[in-house]
Design a protein around this ligand. Sequence first.
Ligand code: SAM
Length: 180
Amino acid sequence: MKFFVLGILFVIAIKGLFVFFTSICVPATGGAIFTRTHPSMIKKILENIKLEPNQVVYDLGCGDGRFLREVAKRYNVRAIGFEINPWAYFLARIYNLFSRAKVKVVFANFWKKKVCDANLIFCYLFPDVMRKLEKKLERELKPGTLVVSCNFPLPDWRPEKIIRAAFPYNDLIYIYQFRP
Ligand SMILES: C[S@@+](CC[C@H](N)C(=O)[O-])C[C@H]1O[C@@H](n2cnc3c(N)ncnc32)[C@H](O)[C@@H]1O
């Protein structure tokens, strides 16, 4: 009984921390809360892009860093993530300890970071921020840079491809190549 009660308290504490960290981040995230891209979606994305070793990949709002680890393992790229939610950042750092992938996760607001050297931008954000993101990418990216957005399109860009993984993780994934 004692362990049961302690277990319940532990779960409540974890959920409380999640809600607390998510709410204090809202001014920066604009509603893009910490959820994870399903592995089958990541697999699908990696099958549909081509990268060379040592190219630079950013995940803008990297969550627990799962996309970065997979892309680094598959293509041997330099994978960098920005994450502002302390809980997600903490998880990313822990998972990275147990991964052979070389991934850098930075506790930062990606709106304040330059991504000019990117070869691939990955994001899974929220509709409210996609127009602002589009403008940032137009200012900073070099021609030819790949951009992959899960679930939410960049409003004025035309995707090269729209793909989806198998049901039930079949949200749309938009793949762009930046052409100024
Ligand atoms: C939907 S989750 C996606 C996580 C990860 N990219 C994935 O696909 O599994 C969005 C993440 O972006 C982070 N985020 C949103 N706005 C951010 C910002 N301005 N700077 C850093 N991280 C941000 C959130 O904290 C959240 O963890």
